[in-house]
Design a protein around this ligand. Structure first.
Ligand SMILES: Cc1ncc(C[n+]2csc(CCOP(=O)(O)OP(=O)(O)O)c2C)c(N)n1
Ligand SMILES: [Mg+2]
Length: 385
């Protein structure tokens, strides 16, 4: 990786923040504050840490990213755009518009680089755990000494609302029990939810809970920098026996003079005047909107690196195919079925009579028993296109 100058890194992070403010303002709806606060995390993940390939978004062995706090999707869209995915500036300008590729929450199959549809809080954590389990299962089933064809990590960002939902706790408990060392969850500990301060309803020590689940936990107060995040992600990578939980104290709407640390920055545009003041605070020209300063695209473009990673993986698979042809054929078979929608259960032939048959005749959905389902290859979308 070529070293990026610190000035350009700061510009890149502020670009993500300004795109979030501008897109939400133009749409006149959306969630700017969380994206602004997490811009350094998105930069560290998308431009440095994750092994992904913008030009092959469905490459099976890519690292996975799940934005469990799906309301902050402008963060992901900006990162996808800046790192070279098929998502243009016009797509960002069409944020939350009917039929656009930038809907109000991430949607699988709608936007290149989005791995899973998120929005119901907590569920994305469950998806991330599922993806990490899938990776573990595929690696155990298919990797052979000297032939590592499955080896990727799963990253997820979650918010207070995610941590309040039971499903995230249940999934995280399982992840800790299984010791999913390639899973990394970053918690946006901003003390703010849709209604106001978390003090109103949620005062538990979330990081301690993750310690109790058996995770590797790192906590940071609000003095963290980009280097802190880099080090934390490196420590998470080095910890191979336990999933990692990075608890980051953040400030929603970071840098906005009147909106920072307020619940109103959660789900409403900041307003033209506040955006101007915030841009001035970043040292930006307040008259520029949807602006990407010189050097930022070049610093964040992951296409060359992604192409290399993708090619190396294909070389590894070619060697594997030679050494283990039967296993390779089975891996192909599984990957070719992945990502396909399950059939419409109501259209499946049923093999039941009597009580169940009576229910079917009344037009109710038949029971699952007896259905012929395709054998799933777990792990999100693994199809190689
Ligand atoms: C299961 C579920 N319940 C309720 C909501 C509605 N909702 C959207 S965001 C949010 C809470 C926002 O707080 P937080 O998760 O801390 O996000 P932040 O404001 O810090 O970005 C809620 C309750 C939801 N998306 N999913
Ligand atoms: Mg919050």
């Amino acid at each position: 990786m070529t070293a990026v100058d610190e000035r350009v890194e700061t510009l890149a992070i502020d670009t993500i923040r300004c795109l979030a403010m501008d897109a939400v303002q133009k749409a006149n709806s959306g969630h700017p504050g969380t994206a602004m606060a997490l811009a350094p995390v998105a930069y560290a993940l998308y431009a440095e840490t994750m092994r992904h390939a913008p030009q092959q978004p469905d490459w099976p062995d890519r690292d996975r990213f799940v934005l469990s706090a799906g309301h902050a999707c402008i963060l992901q869209y900006s990162a996808l755009h800046l790192t070279g995915y098929d998502l243009t500036m016009d797509d960002l300008k069409a944020f939350r518009q009917w039929g656009s590729r930038t809907p109000g929450h991430p949607e699988l199959g709608h936007t290149a680089g989005v791995e899973v549809t998120t929005g119901p809080l907590g569920q994305g954590v469950g998806n991330a755990v599922g993806m990490a389990i899938a990776e573990r299962m595929l690696a155990a089933r298919f990797n052979r000494p000297g032939h590592e064809v499955v080896n990727h990590r799963t990253f997820a960002i979650c918010s207070d609302g995610d941590m309040m939902e039971g499903v995230s706790g249940e999934a995280s408990s399982l992840a800790g029990f299984l010791g999913l060392g390639k899973l990394c969850l970053i918690y946006d500990d901003n003390h703010i939810t849709i209604e106001g301060s978390t003090d109103l309803t949620f005062a538990e020590d979330v990081a301690a809970r993750y310690e109790a689940y058996g995770w590797h936990v790192q906590r940071f107060d609000d003095s963290w920098t980009l280097d802190t995040i880099r080090d934390a992600l490196a420590a998470a990578d080095a910890e191979t026996d336990r999933p990692s939980f990075i608890c980051l104290r953040t400030h929603i709407a970071y840098g906005a003079p009147h909106a920072q640390d307020t619940a109103k920055a959660h789900g409403a545009p900041l307003g033209e005047e506040e955006i101007r003041l915030t841009k001035q605070g970043y040292g930006w020209d307040p008259d520029k909107t949807f602006y990407v300063p010189d050097g930022v695209y070049a610093a964040m473009d992951q296409r060359p690196r992604g192409d290399d990673l993708h090619r190396e993986w294909h070389e590894r698979v070619a060697a594997y195919r030679e050494a283990h042809p039967a296993l390779a054929a089975e891996l192909d078979r599984r990957l070719s079925r992945a990502g396909q929608a399950l059939p419409d259960l109501r259209r499946q032939p049923h093999h039941h009579r009597g009580l169940h048959g009576a229910r079917i005749r009344r037009g109710r959905r038949p029971p699952l028993r007896g259905l012929r389902l395709p054998r799933p290859a777990p792990g999100g979308r693994l199809d190689d296109r």
